[in-house]
Write a protein that binds this ligand. Sequence first.
Ligand code: GDP
Length: 705
Amino acid sequence: LMNLTKKLIEIRTMLLSIDQSDTLKLPSIVVIGSQSSGKSSVLEAIVGHEFLPKGNNMVTRRPIELTLIHTPATNGKAPQEYGEFPALGLGRISDFSQIQKTLTDLNLAVPATEAVSNDPIDLRIYSPSVPDLTLIDLPGYIQIASMDQPETLKEKIASLCERYIREPNIILAVCAADVDLANSPALRASRKVDPLGLRTIGVITKMDLVPPEEGATILAGNRYPLHLGYVGVVCKAPGAAAKKNKRDTMALITQRGENEYFSSHQDYFGSNSSVMVGTNTLRRRLMDVLESSMASSLHGITNAVQLELEEAQYQFKVQYNDRRITAESYVAETVDALKSRFKDFTTQFRKPQIRARLKEMLDEKVMDVLEQLYWQDKRVLELGAIANDARVKVEDVEPYWRYKLEAASSLLTKSGVGRDSTLLVADGLRTLIDSIAAGEPFTFHPRAAERLIEFSHMILRDRIGVASDQVENCIKPYKYEVEVDEREWEVGRAKAVDLFEKEVKMCEEKLKEIRKKVGGSRRLTSLVGYVRELEMKDRERKQRRLSSIEDGEPPEPEPSVDEYRYPPAQLLDARHANMYNDRIGILKLRLAALKSKRCKGGPQNDVLCPETFLNVVADKLAYTSAMFISIELLDQFFYQFPREIDSRLLYDLDRREIVEFARENPSVRRHLDLQERKDKLEEVMKQLNSLAMLRPDSKPTPRRQ
Ligand code: GDP
């Protein structure tokens, strides 16, 4: 049956990793006792090493799940002893003082304000001299909290212990022989959950501190009977004098002290007496009790695991149609999806689209240039008149207009088209990447999203300078001369008409808005009239002021506020309305010119139709810029970006980071969790079934229908 416990301990460990709920639990031995009852000494005697934290300031603050694994000798050679903290990944630790130090650190890491934590420390010890056992060491019960401990500490420890001493666990109640059992908090707690003492073993420590007859009476257990009985131990080394040999281990010395004590009181503790004494007896007792407890749990746990497994299999089928995933497959899918998403978006960055965007930007520049050079020039009315006067030949138009056109063209071509157009496209790319990074699944992966943004912005930064220089260089000829043919002229003229009509509409919309805002067209008319009046008065006043200064007379006082009949916000609206009205006037005038015979006549009339000419120039600039931005910026970016995804985004992650990444996505995490749970339960079930076969009284477990 030896093998059974070992196997079940393995299964217990697996079940613990599946979940911490109470449904899937195999029994363990829980060690409780008050502080200084000798709890640590007993555990260390069982393990044969000093490894538990020592000190007078509450050194056990977290439960220690201690799994002892007996490692049999192979070929007559005793295997090495070592401990392992699976959660810490420190590997095998064969120095037990190192284990002690690690445990101390883990316990002291619990903040003093909390004092105890429910989070157990998992420690496994492999040794040829330990039995297969699982023990849980809990913080010792305290009587009164000391000054620096929280008030609630006593209750906290008690409730922590209460959780662990529930069924099916076995309770090891540690009591010191020199303290009245009536005062033992361990026995009191155990009686609450196990009144008949069916799963409680009493350990009486410090047997050497009471007279042997008294010790024997306690062990007989008549006062507080326990079904599993009491075992008496002496776990203290009898001083340095007992060290007979240099190679003696602490375990050996302690054991010798204990043997010496009990054998010197044969009458009370000898083989003829009915009491149980000695650490070896305790070990054997624990093994027997755990074994039979585990064996009797086997049937129940098998059924429970079967139920859980069926549920997990059912859920896996229903939710995921049995589709298995791995963290790696998720990473690969994410990368593929990202690349294809990006590829879809790149259709927005073909040359015609880029050209259109650039043209829009240049159209605005053209409008600015026109406003600056033409619309603000009072003589612009003359220009319209000439265009409509068939008698005036183009050659006879004043050179003034020729200079104007040249200035306008150069203002446009020298406005930094290279930089502006490159930045416009780069901004478009940046916005695209940012939107990809802000969408699923990157919402779950903030660090990956950050990296994605970071390296794509970096590629752009690296290219922007070169690309904008290239573009600037390629549009250079237009700074000196722009040749326009008939076809281009006609296209440009139509576009200019179109643009102007749109602009008129826009201004009319604005006017409508203002009219609505101030409360109707009559109101606006009177406001506008008033504003014009004010402006005129203002001009006259300035004029008078100038002449009075010349004449050396005192200046007229500023007008008082009550001269303003309307609220200032409405006056501002009226000023805007004026501006839009003026703009509409000019636009309409120029529209008439654009539609005139003269403008339709072809590129030789360029001085009379600057709008058409500038539109053609803008078109040429957009065409050339788009071409070179495509080569210098877009092609480079589209080439480099997928490569950077491969080399920088996810492929340099190690196994742990890949899992971490995948688990950032909650739906993937749920999928992986369920899959893992199902796999583990299947494995446990396999092991349980193989055990059931081994057992003599094996019965097939009933399956749920
Ligand atoms: P814990 O606080 O319950 O873990 O108690 P410890 O194991 O640290 O023991 C408390 C004190 O009792 C220590 O000074 C031990 O040396 C001492 N002690 C433990 N077992 C025995 C024993 O069997 N006999 C004697 N005389 N002292 C013991």
